[in-house]
Design a protein around this ligand. Structure first.
Ligand code: PMP
Length: 339
């Protein structure tokens, strides 16, 4: 236990948790990195810090300037909290389909939130394009006043995961890692951790767990970006290959349906007490698939990226789940009986 001087020092250094059910099911040691314990509640605090430190080092953001970003929410929360800690304003563009809990968390963190329609990346109204255009307009009026963080294509994202998340996983597991698997939003986690682990042991298998509705698994397996289905998970999946994803050393990829991932995250809460969000369910499903691929006796690491409380009205809402055709566990149906 040591005294942390500020918010940035409290980001990362998260524990590796033994995931009991998944381990017993597969005969492997399945470990989850508890990223929901970060101060802003998600792994994206790391991304926010890595991008911001890089911008400060390069002189791309000035004291009192504005951080501008397009985000599904979690990166924005990290940026806004770091902005509060370091004296920057934060302006966040976000699709209006994201959870109410994340939108509220952003506002509480002091961000100016601009909700925009959820449209494909090729549409100029996509949240990432609107964020870039906002920063460009601010800089045209007052040069150097705004910095567009650009988490999808700024590889400082990947580099920070390589230097922190990946190294922590290798050291936390005592160098005994046979496989790593996670979903990709920007691809920063997968690329950074994948590179850190492969540099230490080239035989480590790196796998992508892709939510239904994303085109990345098909891209890895066939070279073509083809999406099918849809998912209630947020912050993961993509219809395009970002610069961060492009540099990920991926050996295997699967598309994971919600009726496989959501029951796993319900069970993780009910039987082991870890309350995690939708991407953690996809990651856990991926870890089980990778364990089956490698066989018993291997150590597989994944990420528990954020907390389930951030999606209470969806992931733990029986009526919502039934509407999506996802099984509702008895304990959840009893906790929230139909009116
Ligand atoms: N899980 C959650 C909950 C997220 O918010 C994100 C990022 N949007 C990810 C996973 C994916 O991480 P990355 O951007 O590093 O691929």
């Amino acid at each position: 236990m040591s005294i942390q001087p500020d918010l940035s020092a409290a980001i990362g250094h998260t524990p590796l948790l033994r995931l009991r059910h998944a381990s017993a099911l597969t005969g492997c040691e399945i470990l989850g990195k508890a990223e929901f314990l970060n101060p802003g509640g998600s792994i994206k605090d790391r991304t926010a810090l890595g991008l911001l430190l890089d911008a400060e080092r390069r002189g791309r953001i000035r004291p009192g300037g504005s951080i501008v970003e397009g985000t599904a929410g979690n990166t924005g929360i990290g940026l806004a909290l770091l902005g509060a800690s370091r004296g920057y304003r934060t302006v966040i563009f976000m699709p209006e389909t994201q959870s109410r809990e994340k939108i509220d968390a952003l506002r509480i963190a002091g961000a100016e939130v601009r909700l925009v329609p959820a449209v494909p990346y090729k549409d100029p109204n996509h949240y990432a394009h609107q964020a870039r255009a906002h920063a460009e307009a601010a800089n045209a009026a007052d040069p150097g006043s705004a910095w567009f963080a650009n988490q999808f294509d700024n590889t400082a994202n990947r580099d920070w995961h390589e230097a922190t998340t990946g190294v922590e996983i290798w050291q936390g597991a005592g160098g005994r890692v046979d496989g790593f698997v996670c979903a990709a939003g920007t691809g920063g986690t997968l690329a950074g951790v994948g590179r850190a682990l492969k540099a230490r042991n080239p035989r480590v298998r790196i796998a992508l767990a892709d939510p239904a509705g994303s085109a990345l698994a098909s891209y890895v397996n066939t070279g073509e970006l083809i999406a099918s289905g849809n998912s209630i998970s947020e912050g993961i999946g993509s219809s395009r290959v970002t610069a961060n994803f492009d540099s990920a050393p991926i050996d295997l990829a699967w598309s994971i349906p919600d009726d496989e991932s959501v029951p796993l995250l319900h069970r993780l809460l009910a039987e082991e007490g870890w309350c995690t969000g939708g991407s953690s369910g996809v990651n856990l499903a991926g870890a089980i698939r990778l364990a089956r691929e490698l066989g018993p006796g291997h150590t597989i690491v994944t990420v528990l990226a954020d907390a389930g409380t951030r999606y209470q009205a969806k992931l733990f809402n029986p009526a919502f789940l039934r509407g999506k055709g996802i099984p509702v566990p008895d304990w959840l149906a009893r906790a929230f009986p139909a009116p």
